[in-house]
Design a protein around this ligand. Sequence first.
Ligand code: GLU
Length: 306
Amino acid sequence: MATGRFAPSPTGPLHLGNLRTALLAWLFARRSGGRFLVRMEDLDRLQSSREHEAGQLADLAALGLDWDGPVVRQSERFDRYEAAIDRLDRAGLTYPCFCTRREIQEAASAPHAGPVPDGAYPGTCRHLTAAERAERAASGRPPALRLRAQVAELTVPDDVLGPLTAAVDDLVLRRNDGVPAYNLAVVVDDAAQHVEQVVRGDDLAGSAPRQRHLATLLGLPPVRYAHVPMVLAPTGHRLAKRDGATTLADQARAGRPPDVVLAALAASIGLATTGEAVTAALLRDRFDPGRVPRSPWVPGPELLGT
Ligand code: GLU
């Protein structure tokens, strides 16, 4: 029995990929009678968040995916993130970073940079002297705050993908606009909410080692990971609006109510035959975590046709 969660960013309607990930996260948690939580990752505090949140929750409910307790919003938890930053700060595990995005790209591709994994921070500001730091601070650009990572790479087990190895760089803890960073907020919240298993899209698999390291430095218990494959358009690219009926509302407009979409999602993970009438509860009883498909799903014309 493991507590699980679904943590969407309320920036628009959930598309088929998000819905399939939500279904899988729900199945992992519920098959063993575990709790299932929903957390809105609205760190950017966009005005439209509440509207999208309501739409996303209605979509989960329409598929029969229920959750426990109140929905948690990251926008209301900045004090927790700051407390965690404070803790790392006091342990000497942070430093200000004045780099622009461009400087980071240039430093990472410089001939003397050494091996810097894709997208990883090359550590430019880590070794600034106090004088250099003061000089850069005087330039007026507010710094981001980074973690002084204690390892360069880490392997974490994943229940779907097997062992995941990725770089652990000096990730951002607080962005230079003052907003806590995604990696920090996720780690703090998963621990505060007693989440035991994180099921999410495999586009985030590379973040798991970073997040595990951060949890360790904060003295928080490790979570188990299960990264599930993406949903792709027939072109092989990530599913986008132009690919057709990508949201539940689009599906309904095309004459396919939520139970038809649920059946198609279930068929895509081997839990139903195409067109079979199913409920979330039935899928829960059939679900075998060891048999989650490992390759991306490309919906057919039965879902993408409008
Ligand atoms: N908020 C992230 C997203 O919508 C998911 C983060 C997570 O599950 O850790 O892609």
